[in-house]
Design a protein around this ligand. Structure first.
Ligand code: MRU
Length: 387
């Protein structure tokens, strides 16, 4: 089979196609998304996941809702309720809503009267609203791919620096030995429209012929590292090794990691980072080992309405994700298996907060900055590349 190397979101004339991420790595099956409900369900069930991809799919979901004659606030509310932490979702809905208001204003001025986008399906106003929303959703998706390519470019510069620096750190490095990176969860192609965020510099390095090896945290409880990151790195031919979530600290102590690079779901104005549960422990271990901890951060993931990370809502998910695991049996059947006694109680917070002081750099599409200077990015935070 031809290796899959993206893009994750295909935009067709009237529908989207994207891999169903709940089936990977055992099956690459493409979902067709063509309605508000299909987008809402795909987001809620995490068939699509990862902050930037969530944002893009929500934008198209809103367009579908308008095509179906749903009122804008109703469609926004339904989509916003699917995942609370990744701010890209709310950002994308706001972007589409803003584009609609602008178009409505232009139309009113042109016609000298108030036009309405409150739309019966098939009405002229409804189809205007749909086309404007669809257009903005397409821009959001295209921008995401461009933003991530730029993150890859800026991240590659950091990787090159680290590669050069490690020769001077006093640790013997064999000639041609790969740069050793550790990542958590999936901030790769599958989490975005294309390229990934944390993995974009890895792909850029691989393409430039720089040897890299990625330690992939399995990322319990949903195993996005083992199921998604390892799968997509292997599809791209990038050497990687899955490790238990608890192994990273030891690897760092042993000098077997050169840098840690992760994605993010929301970054507050003070640079605090919320990302997949377990990220904080990696940041603490990296600081203890004197290693750089980098967060790939597209500007739509910055939330300047929140002064600090403690205000970011943390999604609590079904305890069943912890008490059960999806496994493939020798006969090929994929089943949910119990991992513990059914009477055990379990708590499943999906994200945690890494304070800005532990983050050496936010790698954005505009360049890398220390997290403590996240506020400076405010100037660019709400503009897209295409505007
Ligand atoms: O719950 P998920 O799988 O959507 O969480 C994903 C992450 O935490 C990623 O690290 C984050 O969204 C960054 S994606 C580029």
């Amino acid at each position: 089979m031809t290796p899959w190397t993206g893009p994750t979101l295909e935009v067709h004339a009237d529908h989207l196609r994207t891999p169903d991420q709940t089936l990977l790595p055992f099956e690459l099956k493409w979902l067709r998304l063509d309605s508000l409900l299909s987008c809402e369900q795909a987001l809620r069930e995490m068939q699509v996941r990862g902050a930037p991809l969530i944002g893009a799919v929500a934008a198209f979901g809103l367009a579908f809702g308008l095509r179906e004659g749903k009122a804008l606030p109703v469609a926004c509310e339904r989509l916003a309720a699917t995942r609370p932490t990744a701010v890209n979702l709310r950002w994308a809905l706001d972007e589409v809503s803003r584009a609609l208001s602008q178009a409505k204003g232009e139309l009113s001025r042109a016609e000298g009267e108030l036009s309405t986008f409150a739309s019966a399906p098939g009405s002229a106003a409804g189809s205007n609203a749909f086309s404007r929303a669809w257009q903005r959703a397409c821009e959001i998706a295209a921008d995401d791919a461009r933003i991530n390519a730029a993150i890859g470019h800026h991240g590659l510069a950091l990787l090159r620096e680290r590669m050069a620096l490690r020769q001077t750190l006093g640790r013997p490095v064999a000639p041609g030995a790969p740069l050793q990176l550790l990542t958590h969860c999936n901030a790769g192609r599958l989490a975005t429209v294309d390229h990934g965020t944390a993995l974009a510099p890895v792909y850029a390095a691989h393409a430039a012929g720089i040897p890299v090896h990625v330690w992939v945290d399995e990322t319990r409880p949903r195993n996005q590292g083992a199921s998604l990151t390892a799968w997509e790195l292997m599809q791209a031919g990038v050497p990687c090794t899955v490790v238990a979530d608890n192994a990273g600290g030891w690897l760092m102590q042993q000098g077997r990691v050169d840098a840690v690079i992760v994605g993010c779901d929301r970054v507050a104005a003070n640079g605090d980072v919320v990302n997949k549960i377990g990220t904080l422990l990696k940041a603490l271990a990296a600081r203890e080992a004197g290693l750089p901890f980098w967060v790939a951060c597209p500007t739509p993931t910055l939330d300047f309405t929140l002064p600090e990370g403690a205000l970011i809502p943390i999604e609590m998910r079904d305890a069943r994700e912890l008490t059960h695991a999806r496994v493939r049996l020798p006969d090929g059947a994929v089943v949910q298996a119990e991992l513990m006694d059914a009477a055990v109680s379990a708590l499943n917070p999906a994200f945690d907060l890494t304070p800005a002081r532990l983050v050496d750099a936010l790698i954005t599409e505009h360049g890398a900055v220390p997290a403590s200077q996240a506020g400076l990015l405010g100037l660019n935070s709400r503009s897209s590349l295409s505007q």
